[in-house]
Design a protein around this ligand. Structure first.
Ligand SMILES: [Zn+2]
Length: 382
């Protein structure tokens, strides 16, 4: 397969020769079509998309496979299905289902490099808890982690927790030694608790600036403490609703491109038409024409309804990051954090690629093609 366009990393026109599952050659050309060739987008936090829900009761492998295809159509080559706070039996069912979907098709397995468990070891306080169910929040348990991995065949790769729970540091040390990416989130931790969690092995902050109290002390607080901690990368929901533009701009500038990861944190309603929906967990919600998803009749967010390319476009619009940097935060950086040999278009890399056009006047991204491990899994109808 030959792909022509401009490499987003360098801006140079190029022709990529794809052989099997890898980029065999990157050839310089005089002119290329007006399409960007980017490393495949990787979304490390996805609850659902296009009507498919990772956390719905009785989720099936077909749901996970359809979700993967829906994300491919949005240029997302790989993602971490994200299981939120629930009973151990419920989490176990979700884990088993994702593993069954992976086992059904090597390409699906490649597209789901790891599972993200967000909770249940998070803060019980209103605000940091977000929409997670209070009744299932509990302190971290290494025994439960081992049972998760037994069910998941070792595929749990990210765990988001609040380090103020007793026993957190021992838990973090244990799972980090297993290669787990431990992320601090839905937390009300003190600066000292954040510092010791980092020393135990936490490497990321989950959707920094969200999953927090509506009002906190101006300083010190857990947002500044995580923002200033250079040993922590941070994920951000840059959908234009979760973080106001000024916050998005200053937080990304403070963390820097090298430590920032864009996530959609999308829910099942994302990608559907505007309207009012009944959801199994959140009750009645309204998806507004501008993409904001509210609890029906309130100004409160009920989750994120954007996909990763829309977040990239928001970053370019509202911050001083370039298109190349914004794409890097949604491909190269998550690949590095997960230890994946992806996130580049260089010779020899796995051919996971996202081809898109970017309209500077409207600031919008249109996905033209998605390539996963050398296979064209989506091509925009011409
Ligand atoms: Zn969350």
């Amino acid at each position: 397969m030959l792909l022509e366009g401009h490499l987003v990393e360098s801006g140079e026109p190029a022709r990529l020769v794809i052989a099997g599952s890898t980029v065999q050659q990157v050839e310089q050309v005089e002119n290329g079509p007006d399409v960007w060739i980017a490393p495949g987008l990787i979304d490390i936090q996805v609850n659902g998309y296009g009507g498919h829900d990772v956390n719905v009761e009785g989720v099936t492998p077909a749901d996970i496979i359809e979700l993967t295809h829906a994300l491919w159509r949005k240029g997302v080559t790989a993602f971490c299905p994200t299981i939120i706070t629930q009973s151990e039996a419920y989490i176990g069912h979700c884990l088993r289902t994702i593993v069954a979907a992976r086992d059904s098709d090597p390409l699906i397995a490649h597209a789901i490099p790891a599972i993200h468990v967000e909770g249940p070891y998070i803060s019980a306080e209103d605000g940091p808890r977000g929409a997670h169910l209070l009744e299932h929040i509990r302190p971290p348990s290494i025994a439960e982690y081992q049972r998760w991995q037994a069910v998941a065949g070792g595929r749990v790769g990210i765990i988001t927790l609040a380090p103020e729970h007793a026993g957190s540091n021992e838990y973090i040390r244990t799972v980090a030694a297993d290669g787990i990416l431990v992320s601090i989130g839905h937390t009300a931790a003190t600066g000292e608790q954040i510092r010791t969690a980092v020393e135990a092995g936490a490497r990321l902050s989950t959707h920094l600036g969200n999953g927090a109290h509506a009002r906190i002390a101006r300083h010190p607080n857990y947002i500044w403490d995580q923002l200033a901690e250079d040993r922590l990368s941070a994920s951000f929901i840059c959908d234009g609703h979760h973080l106001p533009p000024s916050v998005m701009k200053t937080m990304l500038r403070a963390k820097g491109c090298e430590r920032s990861v864009l996530i959609s944190d999308s829910v099942a309603i994302a990608g559907l038409a505007a309207g009012i929906y009944e959801t199994p967990v959140g009750g009645k919600v309204e998806l507004l024409p501008n993409g904001r998803l509210n609890l029906y009749g309130t100004p409160y967010l009920a989750g994120s309804s954007s996909s990763l390319p829309e977040c990239i476009a928001q970053v370019v619009r509202h911050t001083d990051a370039t298109l190349a940097q914004a794409v890097m935060m949604a491909s190269t950086q998550p690949a590095k954090l997960l230890g994946l040999e992806r996130g580049t278009t260089q010779k020899g890399a796995s051919a996971d690629l996202t081809l898109f056009t970017y309209d500077e006047t409207t600031g919008s991204i249109v996905i033209q093609a998605t390539v996963v491990r050398g296979e064209m899994v989506y091509q925009r109808p011409s």
